[in-house]
Write a protein that binds this ligand. Structure first.
Ligand code: C2E
Ligand code: MG
Ligand code: MG
Ligand code: MG
Length: 272
């Protein structure tokens, strides 16, 4: 029984696995050229402050416009770029582009940039951030760096040291995807994050799931008690918006407000 199952499994998965390995090799090779060719773009998704009803932050989300494959999602190439080390160069490009864009926006807006754990730990990260802020004349408090918990699991002390240096320079630090993976409340005791982003797996559909709703309320309450702002990610409907507002979240982000789009598509709505 087990044997035949094994055979079937192999027969079934083999072509798919070969294709995946193939696709991976191709992407890996092309990732190197993509930066030089200018194939990366930043999309932005607005974050709404529920207190003022104003958009306060734009999160930069990288897109790869591949000449043959079309738009490739970051979930497909960020892990690859992390494995090959190309994330350092790509991450620096994202940071430069986002800060350049932000410096052209009104002072009312800040940009949020996702930072890979590998990028965070690279020797020159703090100096790169300082250089980019200086070159783009962007004041540090208009840059928010989003760090996921996975960046803190291994050698958290090193990560916290780097985050502290950034924060001492005036950059804001957000804890991204909170409520997934190895979520530890302890991280919140070890570092004064400026923002907690509640993962969309807890938010989307929370009005239909009392357990998710309870977690959202708990995290919002924790944020309020610690004086840390909380952004609910993945708000897709007015139901979810009502729920997270009542839960006490300070900010929302999600398709209900806007999908990530090129900056030019947002500027008319931003009163610039
Ligand atoms: P993230 O930082 O948690 O970003 C939020 C993701 O959720 C984005 O996916 C966004 O498009 C999606 N999203 C936002 N609102 C909704 C919603 O209402 N419903 C649904 N279903 N999805 C929503 P995206 O752009 O595909 O990015 C995926 C992940 O890739 C990001 O998750 C982030 O971890 C990573 N990423 C994106 N850009 C960068 C980057 O420049 N550098 C690094 N290191 N990672 C990046
Ligand atoms: Mg993020
Ligand atoms: Mg997130
Ligand atoms: Mg995510």
């Amino acid at each position: 029984q087990a044997k035949s199952e094994g055979r079937n499994t192999i027969r079934y998965f083999e072509p798919e696995m070969r294709m995946r390995a193939e696709a991976r090799r191709v992407l890996e090779k092309e990732l190197g050229h993509a930066l030089e060719q200018g194939e990366f773009q930043l999309y932005y998704q607005p974050v709404l402050d529920l207190g003022s009803d104003h958009v306060t932050t734009l999160e930069a989300l990288v897109r790869w416009e591949h000449p043959r494959l079309g738009m490739v999602s970051p979930d497909n190439f960020i892990p690859l770029a992390e494995e090959t080390g190309q994330i350092i160069e790509l991450g620096t490009w994202v940071l430069e582009q986002a800060c350049r864009d932000a410096s052209k926006l009104g002072k009312a807006y800040r940009v949020a940039v996702n930072v890979s754990p590998i990028q965070l730990r690279s020797r020159s990260f703090v100096s790169t951030v300082c250089r980019v802020l200086e070159e783009t004349s962007l004041s540090a408090d208009r840059l928010e760096l989003e760090i996921t918990e996975t960046a803190l699991i291994e050698d958290g002390q090193l990560a916290f040291t780097i985050l502290r240096q950034l924060r001492d320079n005036g950059v804001r630090i957000a804890l991204d995807d909170f409520g997934t993976g190895y979520s530890s409340i302890n991280y919140l005791r070890q570092f004064p994050f400026d923002k907690i982003k509640i993962d969309r797996s807890l938010v989307t559909g929370a009005h239909l799931n009392s357990e998710s709703a309870a977690f959202v309320r708990m995290i919002a309450a924790l944020g309020n008690a610690l004086d840390v702002s909380t952004t609910a990610e993945g708000v897709e409907t007015i139901r979810e918006l009502d729920l997270v507002r009542q839960a006490g979240c300070s900010h929302v982000q999600g398709y209900f407000l806007s999908r990530p789009v090129p900056l030019a598509n947002l500027t008319p709505a931003l009163n610039l």
